[in-house]
Design a protein around this ligand. Structure first.
Ligand code: UTP
Length: 292
C-alpha cells in the first residue's frame, strides 16, 4: 500500500527575468495562456489528480496569485446583478475551499530546491507532488493524474521526463537510465544541465514530481549546485537508492512557458483546441501571413 499523494507544492518564487518587462510587477505564473493564468492550469491539474492541499511557495510581488485563488465578492455581485450568473458560478468553481490552500514565502530566490524546502513544515511526513506552472502539459489524461496512477504501483518518487534533442540537454536535468518498463524508467543518476557530450541520455526532467519527505534532509544542507542555486536535481540524485525512484515518460505535449517561443506556442495550441476560437484564429493568422 502506498500513501496517497494529498499535497502539492507550487514553487512560484522565481524572478521570471526572461519575461521582463511583463514580469516586472506581475508574477510569471499569472501570464495567461488564452484566458487562464498558468498557475490555474497547474492547480486544476493537481485537483484532477486528487490533491487536497495546495501549497504555494511565493515571493515578493506574487500577491496577485493569492487574490486569484480567493473569491472576489465584488466581481461576483456585479456579474450576478448583470444576469451573468453562469460566469459567476464558473469563477467560484475552481477556488479551493478555505483551509485547503497555504502560502509560504521563499524570501530569497535561491533556486527550485530551496523553494521546495521552504514548504517542509506544511508537508510534514508524507509524499507530495511538485508542479512548476511554467511547464504546461496538454494531455488527454492530465500529466499528474498519469503519474499518481503509476505511483500506486511503484510508490517512492517519480519525475516526469520527456525526450529532448541533444542540442537541448544543457537546459534540463537529465537522467541516467537503468532500463525501461513501459512508461517507467529506472534511474541510476541525474545531472543538472550537462554539456551534450557529458549527458547520460536525452531524457529531460520537466516540472512534475512526486517526492518523499526525505528530500528535505538533503535540501536543508543548502548546498549550491549548477548556477550557484540550490538545485532540486541534486536532491533527486541524493535520493537514488534510498527509495524507489522512477522517471515517468508521460503522454502529452509539454510547453516551456518560461520561454517566449514555448509560451507563444502554448497559446496557439490551446486556442486551436477550442471550438470557439479555432476558426477565427486561423483566419487572423492567414491575414498576418509570414509576419513581414
Ligand atoms: P525558472 O528556472 O524558470 O526561473 O524556475 P525563474 O526565475 O522563474 O525564471 P527566469 O529564468 O528568471 O526567467 C522554474 C520554476 O521554479 C520557481 C519559479 O517560480 C518557476 O515556477 N522558482 C525558481 C522558485 O520558486 N524559486 C526559485 O528560487 C527559483
Amino acid at each position: 500500500m502506498t500513501n496517497k499523494v494529498r499535497k502539492a507544492v507550487f514553487p512560484v518564487g522565481g524572478l521570471g527575468a526572461r519575461f521582463l518587462p511583463a514580469t516586472k510587477a506581475m508574477p510569471k505564473e499569472m501570464l495567461p495562456v488564452v484566458d487562464k493564468p498558468l498557475i490555474q492550469y497547474a492547480v486544476e491539474e493537481a485537483r484532477a489528480a486528487g490533491i487536497e492541499e495546495f501549497i504555494f511557495v511565493t515571493g515578493r510581488g506574487k500577491s496577485s496569485i493569492e487574490d486569484h485563488f480567493d473569491h472576489s465578492v465584488q466581481l461576483d455581485r456585479v456579474l450576478r446583478e448583470r444576469g451573468r450568473d453562469q460566469e459567476a458560478d464558473e469563477l467560484r468553481s475552481w477556488v479551493p475551499e478555505p483551509g485547503q490552500v497555504a502560502y509560504t514565502r521563499q524570501q530569497e530566490p535561491l533556486g527550485l530546491g530551496h523553494a521546495v524546502w521552504c514548504a517542509r513544515h506544511l508537508i510534514g511526513d508524507e509524499p507530495f507532488a511538485v508542479l512548476l506552472a511554467d511547464d504546461l502539459v496538454q494531455a488527454a489524461t492530465p500529466c499528474l493524474s498519469q503519474m499518481t496512477a503509476a505511483y500506486e504501483g511503484t510508490g517512492g518518487m517519480l519525475a516526469a521526463v520527456m525526450e529532448v534533442p541533444e542540442s537541448a540537454v544543457s537546459r534540463y536535468g537529465i537522467i541516467d537510465p537503468n532500463g525501461r518498463d513501459g512508461a517507467l524508467v529506472d534511474i541510476k543518476g541525474v545531472v543538472e544541465k550537462p554539456r551534450p557530450e557529458k549527458a547520460p541520455s536525452n531524457l529531460a526532467v520537466i516540472g512534475r514530481y512526486i517526492l518523499m519527505p526525505e528530500v528535505f534532509e538533503f535540501l536543508g544542507r543548502k548546498e549550491r549546485g549548477a548556477g550557484g542555486e540550490i538545485q532540486l536535481t541534486d536532491a533527486l540524485a541524493w535520493m537514488i537508492g534510498k527509495v524507489p525512484f522512477h522517471a515517468f515518460l508521460f503522454e502529452g505535449r509539454r510547453f516551456d512557458c518560461g520561454d517566449k517561443v514555448g509560451y507563444l506556442a502554448a497559446n496557439y495550441a490551446y486556442a486551436m483546441a477550442r471550438d470557439d476560437l479555432r476558426e477565427n484564429l486561423l483566419l487572423a493568422i492567414r491575414d498576418i501571413g509570414d509576419g513581414q
